[in-house]
Design a protein around this ligand. Structure first.
Ligand code: GUN
Length: 285
């Protein structure tokens, strides 16, 4: 089975759009900040704007030179933070080497932090009191839900321990009500293939092209490919799809798998950000 993220993402966007129509007086606005001219980042940011507009939201883009100083970049974020017309702020990663990434992320107020990467939102997730959850791991959880994949007591293996995906993904899978038994594997894990082979749910977020082959999966496994590598203009996932697809229960394609879900979750977080700022409770929708 192919886990169709594109289809689920379109359904999510439709739901978000209909929720938006319930408060027409607020022009929900997502601001993106891009430092430098990384072509992949330009593409991702372009998609985020396109999808925001398709959902009936507004967007604003701040393009900055790769040579910008820490102080100047912080001032740009502060201006967006103070702007009542801007509900959500997304700083596209990666940032140039000379920039202190975490210090930039911490300038974003928690209620506008739609990437959920700031200390407040990360802390809330850790405390079981989640608010804004990082979009990629949230998108995987929505796919698990959409396909009614059993999680309780099942073994979920997450490969990669980044704060963008692997770490929050592990927390979401172990959450009460989801109840998976989680293994967080990484580059120092011994016999990664054997660890992955024991997974009922396997999520790879490494960025190593096709490391997940048929030796890394069991027939009942549900496999989610989150790794993205660009090689000569082509997007290559962590999962060797052609090799793995015939022998597992389900797998996400690349592209059209977890990527569209990331963007749909960004829209959902943007809606949540607007609700937080205008004190619109969810029950009132
Ligand atoms: N770069 C790659 N993925 C992401 C993401 O989810 N958020 C941001 N801000 N940058 C990214």
């Amino acid at each position: 089975m192919i886990i169709d993220g594109k289809k689920v993402a379109i359904e999510m966007r439709k739901r978000i759009k209909s929720q938006l129509e319930q408060f027409p007086d607020i022009h929900i606005t997502l601001a993106t900040v891009l430092v430098g001219e990384n072509p992949a980042s330009q593409l991702y940011v372009g998609k985020k704007h396109k999808e925001a507009h398709a959902a009936g939201m507004q967007s604003k883009h701040v393009q900055l030179a790769a040579s910008i100083s820490q102080q100047q970049l912080e001032a740009e974020i502060d201006a967006l933070a103070a702007d009542p017309q801007v509900h959500a702020i997304l700083v596209q990663l990666p940032l140039p080497e000379h920039i202190n990434k975490q210090a930039i992320i911490e300038r974003i107020p928690a209620s506008k932090d739609v990437d959920g990467l700031g200390a407040v939102n990360m802390g809330k997730l850790l405390q079981g009191n989640k608010q804004m959850v990082p979009c990629t791991p949230l998108g995987v959880m929505k796919l698990i839900q959409a396909y009614a994949i059993p999680t309780r007591g099942r073994h979920a293996v997450v490969v990669g321990r980044s704060s963008l995906v692997g770490l929050p993904q592990s927390l979401l899978l172990a959450e009460k009500g989801i109840d998976a038994t989680v293994t967080l594997a990484h580059s120092r894990t011994e016999d990664l293939a054997a660890v992955c082979r024991s997974a009922d749910i396997l999520i790879s977020a490494v960025g190593s092209p096709h490391i997940i082959t048929r030796d890394f999966v069991k027939p009942e496994a549900m496999v989610f490919d989150v790794g993205v590598t660009r090689q000569q203009g082509r997007i290559i996932g962590d999962v060797d799809f052609d090799n793995v697809e015939p022998i597992v229960a389900g797998v996400t394609p690349m592209p059209g798998g977890t990527g569209p879900m990331t963007v749909a979750c960004l829209l959902e977080n943007t809606l949540l950000a607007a609700r937080l700022q205008h004190a619109i409770p969810k029950a009132q929708q």
